[in-house]
Design a binder for this molecule. Structure first.
Ligand SMILES: NC(=O)c1ccc[n+]([C@@H]2O[C@H](COP(=O)([O-])OP(=O)(O)OC[C@H]3O[C@@H](n4cnc5c(N)ncnc54)[C@H](O)[C@@H]3O)[C@@H](O)[C@H]2O)c1
Ligand SMILES: N[C@@H](CCC=O)C(=O)O
Length: 545
């Protein structure tokens, strides 16, 4: 065993490559896209040391080109969930006894593999499988995931270094950070490859073993991540990747006595069901499971009359429509003062009509497809209802077409009622709803912003008036876990803006921070006494002579 107190390399944010014409990264990415499209993968589950294939093959098709078959994957059943739990538990003792610096090395290597030889491959997989353009894939599956890995390694060491400040005379107090007793279930969403990678690795980094179930619509890139984990040296059984219907997986996982925690990102409804099931089954577990979940949002932009109209419209078009509004942080409701509205509206219409919409393989397209037909149909329904409503004006977009892919035009609705359904509910697509208020109503609008939705994930105030900024920052203190001043509400960077929301948006355990990693350990306090007493009697019991 190595002996020493080790420092890890100081983490830096991974630079975002720009993929400009004739750049090396663009050529590599184009080649990776072509290669991926040319082959039809048969993607297995990864359980212990086995690649598991079943007779139940489901198809993966690019959302922007649903006639093209990209790959198939093997869907598993309850027996595969049990096998994954068994494999995880079998790997547990060796993994948790491995010195922490060896675990750190594996995940630092994972980051370097993603930054180098796997960068084009994982970005291409995210572009094709999830319909993200090159830039959105780069900031997600490359940079954010690399940052999660490198910064988490740093936070892990800081957690281990935290020790009780005082040891009394003749005593040494110390705290050990044990992995949780049992296995962790990582349940990941479709929209970010970085999140799919972070949820299993952050728990594994702290010495835990994991059963990982991604959204079916993210499996294409999840498969690349698993290859990287293996090449980086994550031992068999430490992270087991299964493709099983959510409720089927839940039935096995949440009834298992060794279930020790869930690391979830996804919708609020699913998380609340899971929490309820865990509560019902609480007597079945050996330990109280950790429940960590980052969920939905109804993220706002509030413009003050002092705001610059160009800043407002740019924050809105980027914040609402990048990745087709399918970021939990996407601006989906905005409050604009009447005096600014004509300029903001004109700017937005100019920008939105200039957007190019189409497949990710064409790098000129700013907007690509939404993730699935289910999502397409749901969004189309909200848009149709808005068109039929006298209280709603279609300011931009409003069209959709599923002939080649699940394409929805970026759509801006202006509503008379600040509590109109699309101001309150998470649609998770390129639909932004705007309420225009009288300039004098700013104070009242602060209350409306605060109480309109059940969520509290992200939000922005845009203003050049410092008193208004101070007032909004205070009054909206519980309305967003990530609050922005003069910026769009998306694009949090690991190591800079720890991410997560409260209220209906989750447990706010801040992905990419020490706060999150602390949920995956159970501290043990150790007190060692060097010269223990050998007589029970206190000195004061001694008889005076
Ligand atoms: N707050 C955040 O950090 C954050 C980040 C990304 C996405 N999100 C949220 O995620 C949602 C979009 O992702 P999604 O559509 O993949 O979410 P989802 O809730 O549909 O799915 C998330 C995961 O849960 C699984 N699942 C679904 N139903 C299940 C059930 N009944 N039992 C067990 N597992 C089940 C899915 O298969 C998937 O793996 C949005 O609501 C978005 O706001 C939040
Ligand atoms: N962390 C990302 C959002 C992740 C959710 O989808 C952002 O800040 O935009």
């Amino acid at each position: 065993m190595l002996k020493g107190f080790f420092n890890v390399p100081v983490p830096q944010n991974e630079p975002v490559l720009n993929y400009g014409p004739r750049s090396l990264e663009r050529a590599a990415l184009k080649a990776a896209l072509e290669q991926a499209r040319a082959q039809q993968l048969d993607i297995p589950m990864y359980i212990g040391d086995k690649e598991v294939r079943t007779g139940n093959k489901l198809e993966i098709r690019p959302p922007h080109d649903h006639k093209h078959l990209l790959a198939t994957f093997s869907e598993g059943d309850a027996s595969h969930v049990t096998a994954a739990i068994d494999a995880a538990l079998a790997a547990k003792a060796n993994w948790e006894n491995l010195p922490w610096e060896q675990r750190a090395a594996i995940f630092l290597k994972t980051a370097d593999l993603l930054a180098g030889p796997y960068r084009a491959k994982v970005n291409a997989a995210t572009m094709l499988g999830q319909s993200k353009n090159a830039y959105q894939a780069e900031i997600d599956s490359a940079c954010e995931l690399i940052d999660f890995l490198r910064f988490n390694v740093q936070y892990m060491t800081e957690i281990y270094q935290q020790q009780p400040p005082i040891s009394g005379k003749g005593v040494w107090n110390r705290v050990e950070q044990r992995p949780l007793e049992g296995f962790i279930f990582a349940l990941t969403p479709f929209n970010f490859t970085a999140i799919a990678g972070n949820l299993p690795t952050s728990a594994a980094m702290m010495g835990n073993v994991v059963v990982w179930k991604p959204a079916y619509t993210q499996i294409y890139a999840a498969n690349v991540l698993m290859q990287v984990f293996k090449e980086a040296g994550v031992p068999d059984g430490v992270i087991n990747l299964i493709y099983v219907d959510g409720p089927v997986a839940g039935e096995v996982i949440f009834n298992h006595p060794d279930f020790a925690g869930i690391h979830f990102t996804g919708s609020t409804k699913v998380f609340q069901n899971i929490w309820q099931t865990i509560g019902t089954n609480i007597h079945k577990y050996k330990t109280y499971p950790r429940i960590v979940g980052e969920t939905g949002g109804k993220d706002f932009v509030l413009a003050h009359p002092s705001a610059d109209a160009d800043v407002v419209s740019t924050a809105l078009v980027r914040g609402a429509f990048e990745y087709q509004g399918q970021k939990c942080s996407a601006a989906s409701r905005a409050y604009i003062p009447a005096s600014l509205w004509p300029a903001v509206k004109a700017n937005m219409q100019r920008d939105i009509t200039s957007f190019k919409i189409g497949p990710v393989e064409n790098f000129e397209n700013f907007i690509n497809a939404v993730i699935s037909e289910v999502s397409f149909d749901k969004l189309a329904k909200y848009i149709d209802a808005a068109k039929a409503d006298d209280g709603v004006e279609i300011v931009a977009g409003g069209n959709y077409d599923k002939t080649k892919g699940w394409f929805i035009e970026p759509t801006v609705l202006k509503v008379n009622d600040p509590y109109y359904v699309t101001m309150c509910e998470e649609l998770f697509g390129p639909v932004l709803t705007i309420y225009v208020y009288e300039d004098a109503q700013f104070d009242e609008v602060l209350n409306i912003v605060d109480k309109t939705s059940i969520y509290a994930l992200t939000g922005s105030i845009i203003s050049q008036d410092r008193y208004a900024i101070a007032e909004a920052t205070y009054r909206l203190r519980n309305a967003a876990g990530n609050f922005y001043i003069n910026d769009k509400p998306t694009g949090a960077v690991v190591g800079q803006q720890p991410f997560g929301g409260a209220r209906g948006s989750g447990t706010n355990d801040k992905a990419g921070s020490m706060i999150n990693l602390l949920r995956w350990v159970s501290p043990r306090t150790i007190k060692e006494t060097f010269d223990p007493p050998k007589d029970y009697r206190y000195p004061f019991l001694t008889k005076e002579s």
